[in-house]
Write a protein that binds this ligand. Structure first.
Ligand SMILES: Nc1ncnc2c1ncn2[C@@H]1O[C@H](COP(=O)(O)OP(=O)(O)OP(=O)(O)O)[C@@H](O)[C@H]1O
Ligand SMILES: [Mg+2]
Length: 503
């Protein structure tokens, strides 16, 4: 260590109405994993986009491998040795793995007129070599759209290695990975580190920072706060730097008196995905669903909410058998689903925060077919304050929000419908510690007012901290159920793996 490969000096970046980075400096050494932490909207992704040529800074300097650089676009940054794996994937779904890897810098041997003749053999060979280095098997000719999240990410990493990068940036790489995939990713990061790469690592999961990082830099509201050796700090200190005060209660669950059974799912099945599912939940209860990736939790919730056309079974709400043929039916009955994939059934990113929040119930916001924009803004502003959505105003476009703030909008949108049963699929993915506690607090308070919650989460501490009961799923079946008192991380993991639970 000791050789500095990257220096960002006094970077300032503004967007209309937003000071995203205010005089931020950062440096990275050869063979180092350097974390960047901070609340949603702190400026982490923006700093990395400035480094990778997506944005140009208003002022400040970028030094890469000892040279002062200005990057007009990502390709220029790539060519100087900086590779970034973005928070949202940037692959082309209709193209193959190989095509994606070499897009924009295909190797060509000769040209035919003006057209380069691509050297597929060379590219294929190089691609194979890279995947070997990553210890991963993947068919180079499959289309991206057929791959899962973890595989897509592996392609992103492989793509970044097609350039001879010595600086690698990961922006929340583990947000949609399972534990086993996270372990695989970490061993790759550590081996790249050994090869001498400098690695920037952004994550909201603080335990990951203590696992693989050497130093950690904290940003808050676009300002540089601190840089520390990971070995010389701890979680509480980091959180205090991030939020500007000490935090004690990460899972502020309030005790609520549970009502009668309000919602029952009976004999649910969907061939190949779900097998004979039965469960019930009481009014005011927070019911958790644990399991490994692929256990069928998302499939189950989609099916219950009318999003899986082939699923069969009965859904009973308030003693009434519902007939749900699509999601609109479910919403009308008060059954609302917040997908783990914000883009899928959730947000329209080209629209504003207020438009997104009011959309599902435009009727309530209009008179004689005219939308009451004032009311729409007021409602949105209230939610923005309650769950700390960081944006200049309610008419701000969702696309321009940070990742975690987009997630908060999708929760606000669901809450505004005032559901009876709220289904949350990985509700706090990509959300910072402070906002997580805020969301937990709101959820908990709402259950006191009679809201009932079904919650899928891959973060066991979140389930253990918030739920009254936890079901465990494996291979499309419910294989265990634990009460709040009985549930432990070990018991749930064991049941999720082996399937022997106390049904
Ligand atoms: N293209 C843009 N136009 C306007 N504002 C933007 C744009 N991109 C980012 N911002 C704003 O800049 C600020 C910093 O955003 P950034 O995405 O860097 O946050 P972050 O630290 O990565 O947060 P998260 O943890 O939620 O991903 C936010 O207030 C965001 O709304
Ligand atoms: Mg970000």
């Amino acid at each position: 260590m000791g050789e500095t490969v990257l220096e960002l000096k006094n970077i300032v970046k503004t967007f209309p109405g937003v000071l995203a980075l205010n005089d931020v400096s950062f440096d990275l050494e050869k063979g180092e994993v350097h974390a960047i932490c901070g609340e949603n909207g702190a400026g982490k992704s923006t700093l990395m986009k400035v480094l990778s040529g997506v944005y140009q800074p208003d002022s400040g300097e970028i030094h890469v491998n000892g040279q002062n650089r200005k990057f007009a676009n990502p390709m220029e940054s790539y060519k100087s040795g900086v590779s970034i794996i973005f928070q949202e994937t940037s692959l082309f779904e209709e193209m193959t793995v190989l095509e994606n890897m070499f897009l924009g810098h295909e190797t060509s041997k000769k040209t035919l007129g003006f057209l380069p003749v691509l050297n597929y053999r060379e590219m294929r060979e190089k691609a194979r070599e890279i995947f070997k280095r990553l210890n991963t098997k993947i068919d180079l000719d499959t289309k991206i759209k057929t791959l899962g999240m973890a595989q897509k990410q592996m392609v992103e990493i492989a793509k970044s290695l097609t350039f001879d990068a010595n600086i690698l940036i990961f922006d929340e790489p583990t947000a949609s990975l399972t534990q086993r995939e996270v372990d695989a990713l970490f061993s790759i990061i550590l081996s790249l580190k050994k090869e001498g790469m400098g690695i920037v690592y952004i994550s909201h999961r603080l335990e990951e920072i203590f696992e693989i990082c050497d130093r950690v830099t904290v940003l808050r509201d676009g300002q540089y706060i601190s840089t520390k050796n990971v070995g010389g700090t701890n979680k509480d200190e980091l959180v205090a730097d991030m939020v500007g005060r000490t935090m004690h209660n990460y899972y502020p669950k309030t005790e609520t008196e549970l009502g009668d059974v309000i919602f029952r799912v009976e004999n649910f099945y969907d061939e190949g995905f779900l097998e004979n599912i039965n469960f019930e939940v009481r009014k005011g209860e927070i019911l958790g669903f644990a399991g490994l990736a692929g256990a069928g939790r998302t499939e189950l919730m989609e099916a219950v909410c009318g999003l899986a056309p082939k699923a069969q079974g009965e859904v009973i709400l308030d003693g009434k058998k519902l007939s749900i043929s699509d999601y609109t039916d479910a919403m009308k009955e008060g059954l609302v689903y917040v997908s783990e994939d914000r883009g899928k059934y959730g947000l329209i990113v080209d629209m504003s925060i207020e438009e997104n929040i009011s959309m599902p119930q435009l009727k309530d916001f209009s008179k004689f077919g005219i939308i009451d924009r004032k009311k729409e803004s007021a409602v949105a502003a209230e939610y923005m304050k309650e769950i700390t959505i960081k944006a200049p105003s309610p008419d701000f476009t969702v696309n321009n929000l940070s990742g975690g703030n987009q997630q908060k909008v999708s929760i606000a949108k669901a809450l505004a419908i005032q559901p009876k049963i709220l289904v949350l699929d990985e509700p706090t993915r990509g959300v910072d510690v402070n906002a997580k506690a805020e969301i937990h607090k709101i959820i908990s308070e709402l259950t006191g007012k009679g809201l009932t919650i079904l919650m899928i989460s891959s973060e066991l501490p979140e389930l253990l901290g918030m739920c009254d009961r936890i079901y465990v799923m494996k291979e499309g079946r419910i294989v265990g159920c634990f009460s709040r008192q009985d549930a432990t991380q070990d018991k749930i993991l064991k049941t999720a793996l082996e399937g022997e639970g106390e049904e």
